[in-house]
Design a protein around this ligand. Structure first.
Ligand SMILES: [Zn+2]
Length: 228
């Protein structure tokens, strides 16, 4: 049995309600990481996700590389997104039970890593339950202790863009890889995953309903989506 927590980055987008509707129809609860600036633009789409039971976490305000910022700028990026999220939860009239954070690009801040983890703890962010993740590299890289939400498998469907030669078929084939470049094999027996997908309208424009096409492969294979 393969178990997975689904995370979806860079929400909200025009396409977010359609993604949410499909997830609801499959009884999947995703942690959706919002970019604060985008959540101001697509406010109603983000509120819709909350009302439909998705968990919306903090993915910074403007999606910078944290290793390129000083500590003060990092704090402001996180706090400014928090302000947006608090308003979203209030507007949706949904209680905020979890406060999750994901670094843009998974960039944990380079030599500021320890200070940033301390800051996330002080800001009372929650850690997702990753106790069942069995991979040695997960522990070696410290993800088992870090508060931010990293991932064990990145679909990399955001690389499907005009002109760069990567096709949807490449992304689907990669799902069968026994040794993906980043992370753990998707369909290894007894795998435990934190999956990373993105809510990009640009991907929807290339591959309509890409999320449904991809995630149906998982549900057909018996992957159990766990609640956070
Ligand atoms: Zn992102």
């Amino acid at each position: 049995m393969i178990k997975a927590l689904l995370t979806i980055d860079d929400m909200p987008s025009k396409n977010t309600p359609a993604i949410v509707d499909w997830l609801v129809s499959k009884n999947i609860t995703a942690v959706m990481f919002a970019v604060g600036g985008q959540a101001e633009k697509y406010h109603d789409e983000a509120v819709y996700a909350l009302k439909k039971g998705m968990i919306v976490g903090n993915h910074s305000y403007s999606h910078p590389y944290f290793s390129g910022l000083d500590m003060d700028a990092c704090r402001k990026e996180i706090e400014k997104c928090e302000d947006v999220l608090e308003k979203l939860y209030a507007d949706a009239e949904v209680e905020r039970k979890y406060r999750f954070f994901r670094f843009p690009y998974g960039d944990k801040g380079g030599d500021k890593k320890d200070s940033l983890q301390k800051m996330l703890a002080e800001m009372k962010f929650d850690k997702v339950n990753d106790r069942d993740i069995p991979y040695a590299w997960w522990r070696e890289q410290g993800h088992d202790r870090d508060i931010d939400t990293y991932w064990t498998y990145d679909f990399e469907e955001y690389t499907i863009r005009p002109g760069n030669g990567i096709t949807f078929e490449d992304i689907i084939n990669k799902m069968e890889s026994k040794s993906p470049k980043n992370g753990a094999p998707l369909f290894e027996e007894n795998a435990r995953h934190i999956l990373l997908l993105h809510a990009h309208d640009e991907t929807e424009a290339q591959i309509p309903k890409y999320y449904e096409k991809m995630l149906t492969i998982l549900t057909d294979r018996g992957v159990e989506f766990v609640k956070p």
